[in-house]
Design a protein around this ligand. Structure first.
Ligand code: NAD
Ligand code: UDP
Length: 338
């Protein structure tokens, strides 16, 4: 298959490109490097021994994008490009709607013009809002996301679904990620947050490596077994493999297809801290703080639809996630700029 990957030098995109190339697919990346490094291109080549095209283009640049899409007969697009910081989206909602929503509309316009009608979109568990019950299945109605970032995801899901209703030839594949963590086992690609991380796993890793003093646990009075927040953490390489499975099953299959990608089980903050301490062989100082506004107590998915229809299951354990994250962190203490 020939696959266009927007946001392909980012965290999840880079791991997915590795899996695509390893599976023998041809890849072209489009990324404006707003939140990634050009070094990623060399790292992907080093892991896979394969070559691929890279274009430093913003997906809102319709003419530039059209030039890329016109040059080859793409079978599908994996659309990762987007801004993803919840806090930033609260401060700069217009930027988030413009980048994420306008970017997707522009991309779809180009794809429609060039006859590419399979798109895989990076959605998120955030579209479920505060879960009415657990586990979350694809039949759980989307809720009310608590921030502009989450609302961009829901709006884009609706736009793509409407597009498919208007032209039934489209194959729209909405993948709702739970909590992607970890890194490629080579330690050559991983998550490289700019500034102080907001998410638990990269924060933990930076405390463990000594860049940050201690982890603040955002609340230990939730109605969960140990009082701390519970999430469905999924190894980023399993998530990447989920994209390949979705493409191989659904490319050109008309419809709006929705899948949860998670492990199907939850891990608390304290459990993840303990697992990371084991992986790193050191104690991680923690302090308990107040709840973080907008956080839900617990969130995990029913991943059985993806297993049944895509033949995909996440196989990597929490210990694997922590081990691979720790390898990436120690090999690249300052990320790609190390
Ligand atoms: P990331 O920031 O590492 O990757 C996104 C990539 O898109 C970056 O390389 C960035 O430079 C690029 N980009 C952003 N705007 C662009 C634009 N207008 N034109 C071209 N390139 C652009 O993020 P990630 O964690 O790899 O996430 C990938 C996708 O998955 C995003 O859409 C994100 O919202 C979604 N998602 C991520 C998570 C998560 O926890 N990481 C969870 C659910 C969904
Ligand atoms: N969390 C925490 N301290 C941090 C970052 C996160 O206790 O410094 C908690 C957070 O409250 C949630 C869990 O870790 O219960 C996962 O948070 P993350 O931001 O990684 O994912 P999300 O909340 O977006 O699912």
């Amino acid at each position: 298959m020939r696959v266009l990957v927007t946001g392909g030098t980012g965290y999840i995109g880079s791991h997915t490109v590795v899996e695509l190339l390893t599976a023998g697919h041809e890849v072209t990346i489009v990324d404006n490097l707003a939140n990634s490094s050009p070094i990623v291109v060399d790292r992907i080549s080093a892991i896979t021994g394969s070559s691929f095209d890279f274009h430093s283009i913003d997906v809102r640049d319709e003419a530039g994008l059209d030039d890329v899409v016109a040059t080859a007969a793409y079978d599908a697009v994996l659309h990762f490009a987007g801004l993803k910081s919840v806090a930033e989206s609260v401060e700069r909602p217009l930027e988030y709607f413009d980048n994420n929503v306008t970017g997707t509309i522009t991309l779809c316009r180009v794809l429609a013009r060039r006859g590419v009608r399979t798109i895989v979109f990076s959605s998120s568990a955030t579209v479920y809002g505060d879960p009415p019950s657990l586990p979350l299945t694809e039949a759980t109605p989307p809720g009310a996301p608590t921030n502009p970032y989450g609302r961009t995801k829901l709006v884009i899901e609706d736009i793509l679904t409407d597009l498919q209703r208007a032209d039934r030839r489209w194959s729209v594949i909405l993948l709702r990620y739970f909590n992607p963590v970890g890194a490629h086992e080579s330690g050559l690609v991983g998550e490289d947050p700019k500034g102080t991380p907001n998410n638990l796993m990269p924060y933990l890793a930076q405390v463990a490596v000594g860049k940050l003093d201690r982890l603040t646990i955002h609340g230990d009075d939730y109605a969960t077994p140990d009082g701390t927040g519970v999430r469905d953490y999924i190894h980023v390489v399993d998530l990447a493999a989920g994209h390949v499975a979705a493409l191989e099953k659904l490319v050109g299959v008309p419809g709006a297809h929705v899948y949860n990608l998670g492990t199907g089980s939850g891990t608390s903050v304290r459990e993840l801290v303990a697992a990371f301490e084991t992986a790193a062989g050191r104690t991680i100082p923690t302090v308990v703080g107040p709840r973080r506004p907008g956080d839900v107590a617990a969130n995990w998915c029913d991943a059985s639809k993806a297993a049944a229809e895509l033949g995909w299951v996440a196989t990597r354990t929490t210990a694997d996630m922590c081990r691979d994250m720790w390898r990436w962190q120690t090999q690249n203490p300052d990320g790609y700029e190390t």
